[in-house]
Design a protein around this ligand. Structure first.
Ligand code: ZN
Ligand code: ZN
Length: 63
């Protein structure tokens, strides 16, 4: 059983269920998927950590 950790602060995220768009096995095919087999959404422990990753509300990061 895999224990996921918040990619920002490293806290265990016990209620995280990774969702994949594919297995990343389309690489090298005619239409490779950009996900590289990684989960669509990374494990995050809180909305604060999500903000650090996605930069919501940080206008300077949009430039
Ligand atoms: Zn966190
Ligand atoms: Zn994919």
């Amino acid at each position: 059983m895999t224990i996921w950790k918040c990619i920002v602060c490293g806290v265990d995220v016990t209620d995280y269920e990774p969702e994949y768009c594919c297995f990343g096995n389309t690489y090298g095919t005619e239409y490779p998927c950009g996900c590289m087999g990684l989960p669509i959404e990374p494990p995050l422990c809180s909305s604060e950590c999500a903000i650090k990753v996605f930069g919501f509300g940080d206008k300077e990061a949009e430039a």
